[in-house]
Design a protein around this ligand. Sequence first.
Ligand SMILES: *Cc1c(COP(=O)(O)O)cnc(C)c1O
Length: 306
Amino acid sequence: METFLRYAPSPVQELRSELTERQGIRLYIKRDDLLQPTGDERFCGNKVRKLQYNLPAARSAGFERLLTFGGAFSNHIAAVAAAGRFYGFSTIGVIRGEAHAVLNPSLQQAQEDGMLLYYIDRESYRLKNTEAMLAPLRHQFGPFYLIPEGGTNELALRGAAGIISELKEQMEQLPDYICAACGTGGTLAGMIRGSLGQSHLLGIPALKGNFMQQEINRLLGPEAEAQNWSVHNEYHFGGYAKFPPELRRFVDAFREEYGIMPDPVYTAKLFYAVLDLINRGFFAAGTSILMLHSGGLQGWKGFQGL
Ligand SMILES: *Cc1c(COP(=O)(O)O)cnc(C)c1O
């Protein structure tokens, strides 16, 4: 499992454009999308950070099986399947929703990676972290190491905090702002914890519903208040996996200008948000900003044909 470390640190690049010049901003991107310990994009980005300590913990506790939860297009499901195959765990993905006759390409790949897919209806899915749900699963499948939905737990936060340690070594000083896309909020919470107030952590939720503030508070507990962070709820583009034409145009323009491909579900919205905020003068001239490219490129599989 030492292979995790061979791929870190992920590179930091500066992005320059007419926009950053005009607004006097130094803009950086950390390329966690290039963090691909198993050699491809199914297991990359923040999913690597989140499993980095969980997989060794599972192994040293003697587990041979991982069980986790996710939606049908979840990058996390894809990552656990690919990582399980590579590191020699069997994997079970408990998927929200009905089984379809034809699997979507992301789930199909997970299945090819050896993941056993187990579907539950949306009502039952709400019980996902309760013993009422887990006990029958243990009965059916035998003992497993539980990885929560989206991979977010204490060890995942520790992995995400590692991003900050890397930045401290890579940059002369930490940027004023570090910006990340949020799903469960685990990645942002870990970085908040790691930065000890030295950078302002700005989260851009990819989901609708204004719950992220509360979620981060829950993940961090009392320490949340002492830290330096905020979330900006205006860039979800209609909700999870919504991808309106305006966002597609942005992805094309971003790729053209900077030569970097965002994913459709998370980082497209993050990069849009940060560039839009720069354009609106939200950041004072002289501010340094870093965006985390948290990976997710396998997510394009779900968008084929759009
Ligand atoms: C899963 C994922 C996220 C969300 O991370 P959380 O820790 O759940 O907030 C962000 N970006 C990408 C590319 C992802 O795949």
